[in-house]
Design a binder for this molecule. Structure first.
Ligand code: XMP
Length: 629
Protein backbone atom coordinates (compact mmCIF):
# COMPACT_ATOMS: atom_id res chain seq x y z
CA UNK A 1 0.00 0.00 0.00
CA UNK A 2 1.40 3.36 -0.81
CA UNK A 3 0.37 6.57 0.85
CA UNK A 4 -0.73 9.48 -1.26
CA UNK A 5 -1.16 12.50 0.96
CA UNK A 6 -4.60 13.91 0.39
CA UNK A 7 -5.67 13.70 4.00
CA UNK A 8 -5.99 16.89 6.03
CA UNK A 9 -3.29 16.01 8.52
CA UNK A 10 -0.52 15.41 6.00
CA UNK A 11 0.28 18.56 4.14
CA UNK A 12 1.77 17.42 0.91
CA UNK A 13 2.29 16.91 -1.98
CA UNK A 14 2.31 20.20 -3.75
CA UNK A 15 1.52 18.32 -6.90
CA UNK A 16 -0.41 15.31 -5.86
CA UNK A 17 0.40 11.78 -6.93
CA UNK A 18 0.86 12.48 -10.57
CA UNK A 19 1.42 9.60 -12.95
CA UNK A 20 2.01 11.92 -15.88
CA UNK A 21 5.37 13.29 -14.79
CA UNK A 22 8.60 11.52 -14.16
CA UNK A 23 9.40 12.30 -10.57
CA UNK A 24 11.66 12.13 -7.58
CA UNK A 25 10.17 10.91 -4.33
CA UNK A 26 11.26 12.01 -0.91
CA UNK A 27 10.81 9.70 2.03
CA UNK A 28 9.90 11.98 4.92
CA UNK A 29 11.77 10.92 8.02
CA UNK A 30 10.32 13.97 9.72
CA UNK A 31 13.00 16.61 9.78
CA UNK A 32 11.94 20.22 9.63
CA UNK A 33 13.87 20.34 6.34
CA UNK A 34 12.18 17.36 4.66
CA UNK A 35 9.78 19.39 2.55
CA UNK A 36 12.43 21.88 1.67
CA UNK A 37 14.09 19.11 -0.34
CA UNK A 38 10.96 18.83 -2.48
CA UNK A 39 10.94 22.57 -2.96
CA UNK A 40 14.58 22.54 -4.10
CA UNK A 41 13.93 19.75 -6.59
CA UNK A 42 10.83 21.48 -7.95
CA UNK A 43 12.83 24.64 -8.41
CA UNK A 44 14.91 22.62 -10.84
CA UNK A 45 11.66 21.98 -12.75
CA UNK A 46 11.33 18.39 -11.66
CA UNK A 47 8.21 17.06 -9.95
CA UNK A 48 8.92 15.95 -6.37
CA UNK A 49 6.44 14.17 -4.10
CA UNK A 50 6.70 13.24 -0.47
CA UNK A 51 5.83 9.88 1.05
CA UNK A 52 5.84 8.31 4.45
CA UNK A 53 8.80 5.90 4.51
CA UNK A 54 6.93 3.01 6.13
CA UNK A 55 4.13 3.22 3.56
CA UNK A 56 6.13 2.80 0.34
CA UNK A 57 6.58 -0.68 -1.10
CA UNK A 58 8.62 -2.14 -3.92
CA UNK A 59 5.39 -2.78 -5.88
CA UNK A 60 4.28 0.82 -5.56
CA UNK A 61 7.64 2.20 -6.59
CA UNK A 62 7.67 -0.04 -9.65
CA UNK A 63 4.19 1.13 -10.65
CA UNK A 64 5.14 4.81 -10.74
CA UNK A 65 7.33 6.98 -12.88
CA UNK A 66 9.93 7.28 -10.13
CA UNK A 67 13.42 8.24 -11.25
CA UNK A 68 15.09 8.86 -7.90
CA UNK A 69 14.57 8.41 -4.15
CA UNK A 70 15.75 10.89 -1.51
CA UNK A 71 15.81 9.99 2.19
CA UNK A 72 15.24 13.12 4.27
CA UNK A 73 16.68 14.15 7.62
CA UNK A 74 14.68 13.65 10.80
CA UNK A 75 14.78 14.47 14.51
CA UNK A 76 15.19 10.92 15.76
CA UNK A 77 18.17 8.68 16.25
CA UNK A 78 18.28 5.29 14.47
CA UNK A 79 18.75 3.81 17.95
CA UNK A 80 15.35 4.95 19.19
CA UNK A 81 12.68 2.28 19.42
CA UNK A 82 10.11 3.97 17.19
CA UNK A 83 12.47 5.71 14.83
CA UNK A 84 11.14 5.76 11.24
CA UNK A 85 12.23 3.02 8.83
CA UNK A 86 11.57 1.90 5.30
CA UNK A 87 11.80 -1.42 3.45
CA UNK A 88 15.49 -1.76 2.51
CA UNK A 89 14.46 -3.84 -0.55
CA UNK A 90 13.72 -0.50 -2.26
CA UNK A 91 17.48 0.12 -2.41
CA UNK A 92 17.86 -2.85 -4.78
CA UNK A 93 15.46 -1.55 -7.45
CA UNK A 94 18.21 0.15 -9.45
CA UNK A 95 16.60 3.57 -8.78
CA UNK A 96 19.27 6.11 -7.70
CA UNK A 97 19.12 6.96 -3.99
CA UNK A 98 20.34 10.01 -2.05
CA UNK A 99 20.48 9.98 1.78
CA UNK A 100 20.54 13.20 3.83
CA UNK A 101 21.29 13.54 7.58
CA UNK A 102 18.99 11.00 9.31
CA UNK A 103 18.62 9.41 5.85
CA UNK A 104 22.44 9.19 5.69
CA UNK A 105 22.59 7.37 9.00
CA UNK A 106 19.52 5.23 8.34
CA UNK A 107 20.83 4.10 4.94
CA UNK A 108 24.17 2.99 6.36
CA UNK A 109 22.53 1.38 9.41
CA UNK A 110 19.91 -0.48 7.32
CA UNK A 111 22.56 -1.84 4.95
CA UNK A 112 24.90 -3.10 7.67
CA UNK A 113 27.05 -0.11 8.61
CA UNK A 114 27.56 1.31 12.13
CA UNK A 115 26.19 4.50 13.69
CA UNK A 116 27.39 5.93 17.00
CA UNK A 117 26.04 8.52 19.39
CA UNK A 118 27.84 11.85 18.92
CA UNK A 119 29.03 13.70 22.01
CA UNK A 120 28.82 17.36 21.07
CA UNK A 121 26.76 17.39 17.90
CA UNK A 122 27.54 19.59 14.93
CA UNK A 123 25.17 22.48 14.20
CA UNK A 124 25.44 25.15 11.54
CA UNK A 125 28.34 25.90 9.24
CA UNK A 126 30.94 23.19 8.48
CA UNK A 127 33.76 23.03 5.96
CA UNK A 128 33.44 19.91 3.81
CA UNK A 129 36.25 18.37 1.76
CA UNK A 130 35.62 15.73 -0.94
CA UNK A 131 38.01 13.50 -2.88
CA UNK A 132 36.88 14.50 -6.39
CA UNK A 133 35.92 10.96 -7.39
CA UNK A 134 32.18 10.86 -6.76
CA UNK A 135 29.88 12.23 -9.54
CA UNK A 136 27.48 13.66 -6.96
CA UNK A 137 30.13 16.33 -6.24
CA UNK A 138 30.80 17.28 -9.85
CA UNK A 139 31.34 21.07 -10.10
CA UNK A 140 31.62 21.33 -6.31
CA UNK A 141 35.04 22.70 -5.21
CA UNK A 142 37.24 20.38 -3.17
CA UNK A 143 36.46 22.52 -0.08
CA UNK A 144 33.11 24.23 0.50
CA UNK A 145 30.61 25.14 3.21
CA UNK A 146 27.62 22.95 4.06
CA UNK A 147 25.12 23.25 6.92
CA UNK A 148 25.13 20.52 9.58
CA UNK A 149 22.43 19.69 12.13
CA UNK A 150 23.12 16.33 13.80
CA UNK A 151 24.24 14.59 16.94
CA UNK A 152 24.74 10.91 15.95
CA UNK A 153 27.37 10.04 13.40
CA UNK A 154 28.54 7.16 11.22
CA UNK A 155 31.31 4.90 12.48
CA UNK A 156 31.55 2.29 9.71
CA UNK A 157 30.16 1.98 6.18
CA UNK A 158 28.27 -1.04 4.82
CA UNK A 159 30.17 -3.39 2.50
CA UNK A 160 30.69 -2.04 -1.01
CA UNK A 161 30.31 1.61 0.02
CA UNK A 162 33.16 4.12 -0.26
CA UNK A 163 33.80 7.28 1.74
CA UNK A 164 34.07 10.35 -0.51
CA UNK A 165 34.22 13.33 1.86
CA UNK A 166 34.50 14.58 5.44
CA UNK A 167 34.41 17.61 7.75
CA UNK A 168 36.67 18.23 10.75
CA UNK A 169 34.01 16.89 13.14
CA UNK A 170 32.51 14.22 10.90
CA UNK A 171 34.81 11.72 9.22
CA UNK A 172 32.16 9.89 7.16
CA UNK A 173 30.28 12.98 5.99
CA UNK A 174 29.71 11.55 2.46
CA UNK A 175 29.79 8.07 0.95
CA UNK A 176 28.59 6.25 -2.18
CA UNK A 177 28.16 2.91 -3.95
CA UNK A 178 29.42 3.34 -7.53
CA UNK A 179 27.58 0.34 -8.99
CA UNK A 180 24.24 0.92 -7.28
CA UNK A 181 24.05 4.71 -7.73
CA UNK A 182 23.48 5.21 -4.01
CA UNK A 183 24.85 8.46 -2.53
CA UNK A 184 24.66 9.87 0.95
CA UNK A 185 25.61 13.02 2.86
CA UNK A 186 25.46 13.95 6.54
CA UNK A 187 24.81 17.63 5.83
CA UNK A 188 21.66 19.39 4.66
CA UNK A 189 21.90 20.01 0.93
CA UNK A 190 18.48 21.63 0.94
CA UNK A 191 19.22 24.69 3.09
CA UNK A 192 20.38 27.66 1.08
CA UNK A 193 23.32 28.18 3.40
CA UNK A 194 24.85 25.00 2.04
CA UNK A 195 26.91 26.68 -0.69
CA UNK A 196 26.74 23.89 -3.27
CA UNK A 197 23.58 22.10 -2.10
CA UNK A 198 21.66 22.93 -5.25
CA UNK A 199 24.61 21.79 -7.40
CA UNK A 200 24.57 18.40 -5.64
CA UNK A 201 20.81 18.12 -6.31
CA UNK A 202 21.45 19.00 -9.98
CA UNK A 203 24.07 16.28 -10.17
CA UNK A 204 21.68 13.79 -8.57
CA UNK A 205 18.93 14.66 -11.09
CA UNK A 206 21.42 14.12 -13.94
CA UNK A 207 22.27 10.71 -12.52
CA UNK A 208 18.50 9.97 -12.25
CA UNK A 209 17.96 10.88 -15.94
CA UNK A 210 14.62 12.51 -15.08
CA UNK A 211 12.63 14.93 -17.29
CA UNK A 212 12.57 18.63 -16.36
CA UNK A 213 8.89 19.41 -16.89
CA UNK A 214 7.53 21.12 -13.74
CA UNK A 215 6.78 24.91 -13.40
CA UNK A 216 5.04 27.50 -11.11
CA UNK A 217 2.39 28.08 -13.79
CA UNK A 218 1.43 24.44 -13.38
CA UNK A 219 1.20 24.95 -9.61
CA UNK A 220 -1.19 27.84 -10.23
CA UNK A 221 -3.41 25.73 -12.48
CA UNK A 222 -3.39 22.70 -10.16
CA UNK A 223 -4.05 24.75 -7.04
CA UNK A 224 -6.79 26.75 -8.76
CA UNK A 225 -8.66 23.52 -9.54
CA UNK A 226 -8.30 22.36 -5.93
CA UNK A 227 -9.54 25.71 -4.59
CA UNK A 228 -12.56 25.79 -6.89
CA UNK A 229 -13.45 22.27 -5.72
CA UNK A 230 -13.00 23.17 -2.03
CA UNK A 231 -14.80 26.51 -2.06
CA UNK A 232 -17.74 25.42 -4.24
CA UNK A 233 -20.49 28.06 -4.15
CA UNK A 234 -19.25 29.61 -0.88
CA UNK A 235 -17.42 32.91 -0.48
CA UNK A 236 -14.04 33.48 1.12
CA UNK A 237 -13.01 35.74 3.91
CA UNK A 238 -9.35 36.42 4.71
CA UNK A 239 -7.38 38.18 7.41
CA UNK A 240 -4.63 40.17 5.76
CA UNK A 241 -1.60 41.44 7.60
CA UNK A 242 -0.03 43.45 4.81
CA UNK A 243 2.79 40.92 4.67
CA UNK A 244 3.74 39.06 1.53
CA UNK A 245 1.91 35.84 2.36
CA UNK A 246 -1.54 37.15 3.13
CA UNK A 247 -1.33 39.70 0.30
CA UNK A 248 -0.45 36.99 -2.24
CA UNK A 249 -3.15 34.69 -0.84
CA UNK A 250 -5.66 37.56 -1.10
CA UNK A 251 -4.63 38.34 -4.69
CA UNK A 252 -4.68 34.64 -5.65
CA UNK A 253 -8.21 34.15 -4.28
CA UNK A 254 -9.46 37.44 -5.75
CA UNK A 255 -8.09 36.39 -9.14
CA UNK A 256 -9.93 33.06 -9.01
CA UNK A 257 -13.24 34.08 -7.40
CA UNK A 258 -13.46 37.86 -8.05
CA UNK A 259 -13.67 40.68 -5.50
CA UNK A 260 -17.37 40.10 -4.76
CA UNK A 261 -16.68 36.63 -3.36
CA UNK A 262 -13.43 37.44 -1.51
CA UNK A 263 -13.37 39.82 1.44
CA UNK A 264 -10.19 40.93 3.19
CA UNK A 265 -10.15 42.00 6.79
CA UNK A 266 -7.17 43.81 8.19
CA UNK A 267 -6.97 43.76 11.95
CA UNK A 268 -4.95 46.37 13.74
CA UNK A 269 -3.81 44.17 16.62
CA UNK A 270 -1.95 46.96 18.35
CA UNK A 271 1.17 44.87 17.69
CA UNK A 272 1.95 46.26 14.26
CA UNK A 273 4.81 48.42 13.08
CA UNK A 274 4.63 52.17 13.12
CA UNK A 275 2.60 53.47 10.14
CA UNK A 276 1.67 49.94 9.09
CA UNK A 277 -2.11 50.36 9.12
CA UNK A 278 -2.00 53.24 6.65
CA UNK A 279 0.49 51.46 4.35
CA UNK A 280 -1.54 48.27 4.20
CA UNK A 281 -4.81 50.09 3.55
CA UNK A 282 -3.30 52.04 0.71
CA UNK A 283 -1.43 49.23 -1.00
CA UNK A 284 -4.15 46.56 -0.86
CA UNK A 285 -6.98 48.80 -1.92
CA UNK A 286 -4.64 49.73 -4.76
CA UNK A 287 -4.81 46.18 -6.20
CA UNK A 288 -8.59 46.33 -6.40
CA UNK A 289 -9.24 44.07 -3.44
CA UNK A 290 -12.20 44.44 -1.07
CA UNK A 291 -10.61 45.40 2.28
CA UNK A 292 -12.09 46.34 5.66
CA UNK A 293 -9.91 47.66 8.51
CA UNK A 294 -10.76 46.87 12.14
CA UNK A 295 -8.96 48.64 14.99
CA UNK A 296 -8.72 46.09 17.79
CA UNK A 297 -5.45 47.03 19.50
CA UNK A 298 -7.02 47.54 22.92
CA UNK A 299 -8.72 44.12 22.77
CA UNK A 300 -5.49 42.24 21.93
CA UNK A 301 -3.45 44.07 24.56
CA UNK A 302 -6.07 43.48 27.22
CA UNK A 303 -6.05 39.72 26.42
CA UNK A 304 -2.25 39.66 26.69
CA UNK A 305 -2.21 41.40 30.06
CA UNK A 306 -0.05 39.51 32.56
CA UNK A 307 0.88 36.75 30.08
CA UNK A 308 4.59 35.93 29.79
CA UNK A 309 4.85 32.44 28.31
CA UNK A 310 5.68 32.68 24.56
CA UNK A 311 3.47 29.77 23.52
CA UNK A 312 0.58 31.15 25.57
CA UNK A 313 1.03 34.55 23.90
CA UNK A 314 0.84 32.96 20.45
CA UNK A 315 -2.26 31.03 21.46
CA UNK A 316 -3.97 34.13 22.85
CA UNK A 317 -3.20 36.14 19.74
CA UNK A 318 -4.60 33.29 17.60
CA UNK A 319 -7.78 33.19 19.69
CA UNK A 320 -8.16 36.95 19.64
CA UNK A 321 -8.02 36.84 15.83
CA UNK A 322 -10.82 34.28 15.87
CA UNK A 323 -12.88 36.39 18.30
CA UNK A 324 -12.57 39.38 16.00
CA UNK A 325 -13.48 37.17 13.06
CA UNK A 326 -16.62 35.86 14.83
CA UNK A 327 -17.64 39.37 15.77
CA UNK A 328 -17.20 40.46 12.18
CA UNK A 329 -19.09 37.43 10.83
CA UNK A 330 -21.98 38.10 13.19
CA UNK A 331 -22.11 41.82 12.50
CA UNK A 332 -22.05 41.22 8.75
CA UNK A 333 -24.24 38.09 8.69
CA UNK A 334 -21.47 36.06 7.02
CA UNK A 335 -22.21 32.58 8.29
CA UNK A 336 -22.44 29.24 6.55
CA UNK A 337 -21.71 30.47 3.05
CA UNK A 338 -18.32 31.92 4.01
CA UNK A 339 -15.03 30.10 4.51
CA UNK A 340 -12.01 31.52 6.29
CA UNK A 341 -8.78 31.71 4.28
CA UNK A 342 -5.29 32.04 5.75
CA UNK A 343 -1.97 32.98 4.20
CA UNK A 344 -0.23 30.08 5.96
CA UNK A 345 2.94 28.99 4.19
CA UNK A 346 4.77 25.71 4.42
CA UNK A 347 7.33 26.49 7.19
CA UNK A 348 4.44 27.60 9.43
CA UNK A 349 2.89 24.15 9.23
CA UNK A 350 6.03 22.02 9.22
CA UNK A 351 7.54 23.75 12.24
CA UNK A 352 4.35 23.15 14.20
CA UNK A 353 4.87 19.44 13.64
CA UNK A 354 2.55 19.33 10.64
CA UNK A 355 3.62 15.94 9.34
CA UNK A 356 3.54 12.60 11.08
CA UNK A 357 7.22 12.40 11.95
CA UNK A 358 7.99 16.10 12.19
CA UNK A 359 8.94 17.40 15.59
CA UNK A 360 7.17 20.42 16.95
CA UNK A 361 9.46 23.42 16.85
CA UNK A 362 6.90 25.98 17.90
CA UNK A 363 3.20 26.56 17.54
CA UNK A 364 2.21 28.92 14.80
CA UNK A 365 -0.86 31.02 15.53
CA UNK A 366 -2.39 29.75 12.28
CA UNK A 367 -2.24 26.32 13.87
CA UNK A 368 -3.71 27.19 17.28
CA UNK A 369 -5.97 24.29 18.43
CA UNK A 370 -9.16 26.19 17.63
CA UNK A 371 -7.94 26.92 14.11
CA UNK A 372 -6.89 23.29 13.72
CA UNK A 373 -10.48 22.22 14.47
CA UNK A 374 -11.73 24.45 11.65
CA UNK A 375 -9.06 23.06 9.32
CA UNK A 376 -10.11 19.51 10.15
CA UNK A 377 -13.75 20.47 9.46
CA UNK A 378 -12.71 21.74 5.99
CA UNK A 379 -13.65 25.33 6.89
CA UNK A 380 -10.26 26.88 6.24
CA UNK A 381 -8.76 27.59 2.86
CA UNK A 382 -4.96 27.83 2.70
CA UNK A 383 -3.88 28.43 -0.88
CA UNK A 384 -0.18 28.84 -0.03
CA UNK A 385 0.25 26.13 2.56
CA UNK A 386 2.55 24.05 0.36
CA UNK A 387 4.77 26.96 -0.67
CA UNK A 388 7.98 28.38 0.69
CA UNK A 389 8.53 32.10 0.94
CA UNK A 390 10.48 32.41 -2.29
CA UNK A 391 7.77 30.47 -4.13
CA UNK A 392 5.11 32.76 -2.65
CA UNK A 393 7.03 35.71 -4.09
CA UNK A 394 7.28 34.04 -7.52
CA UNK A 395 3.54 33.44 -7.40
CA UNK A 396 2.97 37.08 -6.39
CA UNK A 397 4.94 38.26 -9.40
CA UNK A 398 3.13 35.78 -11.60
CA UNK A 399 -0.17 37.28 -10.35
CA UNK A 400 1.06 40.79 -11.21
CA UNK A 401 1.37 42.25 -7.69
CA UNK A 402 3.58 45.37 -7.30
CA UNK A 403 7.16 44.43 -6.52
CA UNK A 404 7.43 46.67 -3.42
CA UNK A 405 4.69 44.58 -1.84
CA UNK A 406 6.07 41.24 -3.04
CA UNK A 407 9.57 42.03 -1.81
CA UNK A 408 8.65 43.46 1.62
CA UNK A 409 10.47 41.89 4.50
CA UNK A 410 8.34 39.19 6.09
CA UNK A 411 6.54 40.15 9.28
CA UNK A 412 5.10 37.48 11.60
CA UNK A 413 1.33 37.21 12.06
CA UNK A 414 1.52 37.74 15.86
CA UNK A 415 3.51 40.88 15.05
CA UNK A 416 5.61 42.55 17.70
CA UNK A 417 4.01 40.09 20.15
CA UNK A 418 6.81 37.60 19.34
CA UNK A 419 9.45 40.32 19.66
CA UNK A 420 8.58 41.60 23.13
CA UNK A 421 10.13 39.25 25.65
CA UNK A 422 8.33 39.07 28.97
CA UNK A 423 9.20 37.97 32.45
CA UNK A 424 7.02 37.14 35.42
CA UNK A 425 10.00 37.17 37.73
CA UNK A 426 12.21 40.10 38.47
CA UNK A 427 15.77 39.99 39.67
CA UNK A 428 18.67 42.26 40.26
CA UNK A 429 21.14 39.43 40.29
CA UNK A 430 22.60 37.66 37.28
CA UNK A 431 20.24 34.70 37.16
CA UNK A 432 22.44 31.64 37.03
CA UNK A 433 20.04 29.41 38.88
CA UNK A 434 18.90 27.49 35.82
CA UNK A 435 22.22 27.30 34.11
CA UNK A 436 23.83 23.90 34.42
CA UNK A 437 26.94 23.17 36.40
CA UNK A 438 28.68 22.30 33.14
CA UNK A 439 28.68 25.88 31.90
CA UNK A 440 29.25 27.50 35.28
CA UNK A 441 32.25 25.32 36.03
CA UNK A 442 34.06 26.42 32.89
CA UNK A 443 36.83 28.77 33.89
CA UNK A 444 36.11 32.23 32.65
CA UNK A 445 33.68 31.40 29.77
CA UNK A 446 33.97 33.96 26.96
CA UNK A 447 30.45 35.24 27.59
CA UNK A 448 27.96 36.42 30.19
CA UNK A 449 24.67 34.56 30.35
CA UNK A 450 21.47 36.63 30.23
CA UNK A 451 18.80 35.87 32.84
CA UNK A 452 16.05 35.16 30.29
CA UNK A 453 15.42 32.47 27.71
CA UNK A 454 14.70 32.68 24.01
CA UNK A 455 13.75 30.02 21.50
CA UNK A 456 16.22 28.26 19.23
CA UNK A 457 16.32 25.18 17.02
CA UNK A 458 18.95 22.51 17.46
CA UNK A 459 18.84 19.09 15.80
CA UNK A 460 15.18 19.57 14.79
CA UNK A 461 14.04 20.34 18.31
CA UNK A 462 13.12 23.68 19.70
CA UNK A 463 15.20 24.78 22.64
CA UNK A 464 14.45 27.40 25.25
CA UNK A 465 17.89 28.46 26.40
CA UNK A 466 19.81 31.52 27.49
CA UNK A 467 21.32 34.07 25.16
CA UNK A 468 24.96 34.82 25.90
CA UNK A 469 26.63 38.22 25.63
CA UNK A 470 30.02 37.73 23.99
CA UNK A 471 32.82 39.34 25.93
CA UNK A 472 34.37 40.67 22.75
CA UNK A 473 34.16 44.22 21.53
CA UNK A 474 34.32 45.18 17.90
CA UNK A 475 37.64 46.79 17.25
CA UNK A 476 36.80 50.40 16.38
CA UNK A 477 39.47 50.70 13.70
CA UNK A 478 38.38 47.51 11.94
CA UNK A 479 39.32 47.72 8.24
CA UNK A 480 37.36 44.69 7.12
CA UNK A 481 34.01 44.94 8.86
CA UNK A 482 32.17 42.21 6.92
CA UNK A 483 34.84 39.70 7.73
CA UNK A 484 34.60 40.62 11.40
CA UNK A 485 30.89 40.03 11.53
CA UNK A 486 31.39 36.65 9.90
CA UNK A 487 34.01 35.93 12.52
CA UNK A 488 31.53 36.64 15.33
CA UNK A 489 29.00 34.40 13.65
CA UNK A 490 31.49 31.52 13.43
CA UNK A 491 32.45 32.03 17.05
CA UNK A 492 28.77 31.92 18.04
CA UNK A 493 28.29 28.57 16.27
CA UNK A 494 31.33 27.11 18.03
CA UNK A 495 30.29 28.32 21.47
CA UNK A 496 26.70 27.15 21.12
CA UNK A 497 27.86 23.71 19.95
CA UNK A 498 30.12 23.53 23.00
CA UNK A 499 28.09 25.08 25.83
CA UNK A 500 24.80 23.27 26.34
CA UNK A 501 23.00 26.12 28.14
CA UNK A 502 23.07 28.73 25.42
CA UNK A 503 21.39 28.92 22.03
CA UNK A 504 22.22 32.46 20.97
CA UNK A 505 25.16 34.84 21.05
CA UNK A 506 24.79 38.60 21.01
CA UNK A 507 27.27 41.37 21.39
CA UNK A 508 27.05 44.87 22.72
CA UNK A 509 26.88 47.58 20.06
CA UNK A 510 26.34 50.59 22.32
CA UNK A 511 24.94 51.42 25.75
CA UNK A 512 23.48 54.13 27.95
CA UNK A 513 25.40 52.92 31.03
CA UNK A 514 29.04 53.67 31.81
CA UNK A 515 31.89 51.17 31.99
CA UNK A 516 31.59 47.39 31.91
CA UNK A 517 28.53 45.33 32.74
CA UNK A 518 28.48 45.07 36.55
CA UNK A 519 24.89 44.18 37.30
CA UNK A 520 22.06 42.78 35.22
CA UNK A 521 18.44 43.56 36.14
CA UNK A 522 15.61 41.41 34.88
CA UNK A 523 12.39 43.45 35.10
CA UNK A 524 8.97 41.97 35.61
CA UNK A 525 7.07 42.93 32.44
CA UNK A 526 4.47 41.59 30.03
CA UNK A 527 3.21 43.01 26.71
CA UNK A 528 1.97 46.56 27.44
CA UNK A 529 1.14 49.50 25.23
CA UNK A 530 4.17 51.50 26.40
CA UNK A 531 6.50 48.63 25.59
CA UNK A 532 4.93 48.21 22.15
CA UNK A 533 5.55 51.91 21.51
CA UNK A 534 9.16 51.62 22.67
CA UNK A 535 9.74 48.75 20.26
CA UNK A 536 7.83 50.44 17.43
CA UNK A 537 10.14 53.43 17.72
CA UNK A 538 13.30 51.29 17.62
CA UNK A 539 11.93 49.17 14.77
CA UNK A 540 11.05 52.30 12.81
CA UNK A 541 14.61 53.62 13.25
CA UNK A 542 15.92 50.34 11.82
CA UNK A 543 13.57 50.36 8.81
CA UNK A 544 14.11 54.03 8.03
CA UNK A 545 17.89 53.72 8.28
CA UNK A 546 17.85 50.64 6.04
CA UNK A 547 15.90 52.61 3.42
CA UNK A 548 18.00 55.78 3.83
CA UNK A 549 21.24 53.87 3.41
CA UNK A 550 19.84 51.85 0.51
CA UNK A 551 20.24 48.62 2.48
CA UNK A 552 16.61 47.45 2.67
CA UNK A 553 17.13 44.76 0.02
CA UNK A 554 20.49 43.72 1.46
CA UNK A 555 18.73 41.77 4.23
CA UNK A 556 15.86 39.30 4.03
CA UNK A 557 14.27 40.27 7.32
CA UNK A 558 15.23 42.40 10.29
CA UNK A 559 13.50 41.71 13.61
CA UNK A 560 14.07 44.23 16.37
CA UNK A 561 13.52 42.68 19.78
CA UNK A 562 12.73 44.17 23.18
CA UNK A 563 14.18 42.55 26.32
CA UNK A 564 13.02 43.43 29.85
CA UNK A 565 16.66 43.65 30.90
CA UNK A 566 18.78 46.60 32.00
CA UNK A 567 22.41 46.93 33.06
CA UNK A 568 24.10 48.78 35.90
CA UNK A 569 20.71 50.21 36.99
CA UNK A 570 20.43 52.39 33.88
CA UNK A 571 17.16 52.27 31.89
CA UNK A 572 14.61 49.45 31.91
CA UNK A 573 14.91 47.57 28.63
CA UNK A 574 17.39 46.51 25.99
CA UNK A 575 17.07 46.20 22.24
CA UNK A 576 18.42 43.39 20.08
CA UNK A 577 19.04 43.91 16.38
CA UNK A 578 18.55 40.71 14.37
CA UNK A 579 19.48 41.28 10.69
CA UNK A 580 18.76 38.15 8.68
CA UNK A 581 20.21 36.74 5.50
CA UNK A 582 17.98 33.96 4.19
CA UNK A 583 15.89 32.81 1.25
CA UNK A 584 13.15 30.82 2.87
CA UNK A 585 13.54 31.23 6.66
CA UNK A 586 14.40 27.55 7.03
CA UNK A 587 18.06 28.40 7.51
CA UNK A 588 19.57 31.81 8.10
CA UNK A 589 22.76 33.66 8.77
CA UNK A 590 23.43 37.12 10.10
CA UNK A 591 22.78 39.94 7.62
CA UNK A 592 26.23 41.40 6.95
CA UNK A 593 25.44 45.11 7.11
CA UNK A 594 28.17 47.74 7.53
CA UNK A 595 29.17 48.80 11.05
CA UNK A 596 28.25 52.33 10.10
CA UNK A 597 24.62 51.22 9.85
CA UNK A 598 24.65 49.55 13.28
CA UNK A 599 26.37 52.57 14.81
CA UNK A 600 23.77 55.01 13.45
CA UNK A 601 20.85 52.83 14.50
CA UNK A 602 22.15 52.14 18.02
CA UNK A 603 22.86 55.83 18.66
CA UNK A 604 19.30 56.84 17.70
CA UNK A 605 17.70 54.03 19.69
CA UNK A 606 19.69 55.05 22.78
CA UNK A 607 18.17 58.54 22.68
CA UNK A 608 15.29 56.84 24.51
CA UNK A 609 16.45 56.85 28.17
CA UNK A 610 14.42 53.68 28.87
CA UNK A 611 16.89 51.74 26.73
CA UNK A 612 19.90 50.48 28.64
CA UNK A 613 21.80 48.84 25.78
CA UNK A 614 21.61 47.81 22.12
CA UNK A 615 22.94 44.41 21.05
CA UNK A 616 23.52 42.62 17.76
CA UNK A 617 22.41 38.98 17.50
CA UNK A 618 25.15 37.05 15.63
CA UNK A 619 23.51 33.60 15.74
CA UNK A 620 22.75 31.62 12.58
CA UNK A 621 19.68 29.36 12.21
CA UNK A 622 20.18 26.69 13.37
CA UNK A 623 20.98 26.92 16.29
CA UNK A 624 18.93 30.12 16.80
CA UNK A 625 15.51 30.76 15.28
CA UNK A 626 14.94 34.06 13.51
CA UNK A 627 12.44 35.35 16.05
CA UNK A 628 13.33 35.37 19.72
CA UNK A 629 10.07 33.78 20.77
P1 XMP B 1 11.68 31.43 13.09
O1 XMP B 1 11.64 32.32 14.28
O2 XMP B 1 10.90 30.18 13.29
O3 XMP B 1 10.94 32.24 11.94
O4 XMP B 1 13.07 31.15 12.60
C1 XMP B 1 10.83 31.81 10.62
C2 XMP B 1 9.98 32.81 9.88
O5 XMP B 1 8.63 32.73 10.35
C3 XMP B 1 8.24 33.96 10.93
N1 XMP B 1 7.48 33.61 12.13
C4 XMP B 1 6.15 33.65 12.21
N2 XMP B 1 5.25 34.04 11.31
N3 XMP B 1 3.56 33.56 12.88
C5 XMP B 1 3.94 34.01 11.66
O6 XMP B 1 3.08 34.38 10.85
C6 XMP B 1 4.42 33.14 13.84
O7 XMP B 1 4.04 32.74 14.93
C7 XMP B 1 5.79 33.21 13.48
N4 XMP B 1 6.93 32.89 14.14
C8 XMP B 1 7.95 33.15 13.28
C9 XMP B 1 9.50 34.73 11.23
O8 XMP B 1 9.28 36.12 11.22
C10 XMP B 1 10.41 34.24 10.12
O9 XMP B 1 10.20 34.96 8.93
Amino acid sequence: MHFCQHSTNFHFPLYSCSMAHEKIIILDFGGQYAHLIASRIRRLNVLAEIYEPDKVSVEFLKSQNIKGIILSGGPQSVFEENSPTTDSAIFDLGIPVLGICYGHQFLAYALGGKVKRGVEGEYGRAEFTHDGKCPIFENVPEKSIFWMNHQDELEALPTGFIKCGSTSQCELAAYWHPKKNIFSVQFHLEVTHSQYGQQVFKNFLQICKVSYDWTIEKFFEEEKKKLIAQVGQKNVFLFVSGGVDSSVAFAFLTKIFGEKRVKGLFVDTGLLREGEVEYVEKSLRGIGADLTVLREGEYFLQKLKGVCDPEKKREIIGHAFLDVQKKFFTANHLHSDWLLAQGTIYPDTIETGGTKHASKIKTHHNRAPEVQKLIDAGKIVEPLKELYKDEVRSLGEFLGLPSELVWRHPFPGPGLGVRILCSDVGSDEPLHKNVSAFTLQQKNPPFTILPIKSVGVQGDFRTYKHPAILKFQKSSNSKDPEFKLEYFEKMATKLINHYKDINRCIFLLDQNFKGNVKTIQLNKKCVQKGRVQTLQRADDIVTRTLRDMNLYDAVWQFPTVLLPIAFNNVGEESIILRPIDSIDAMSASVGKLPWEFFGKVAAQILEDPKISAVFLDVTSKPPGTIEWE
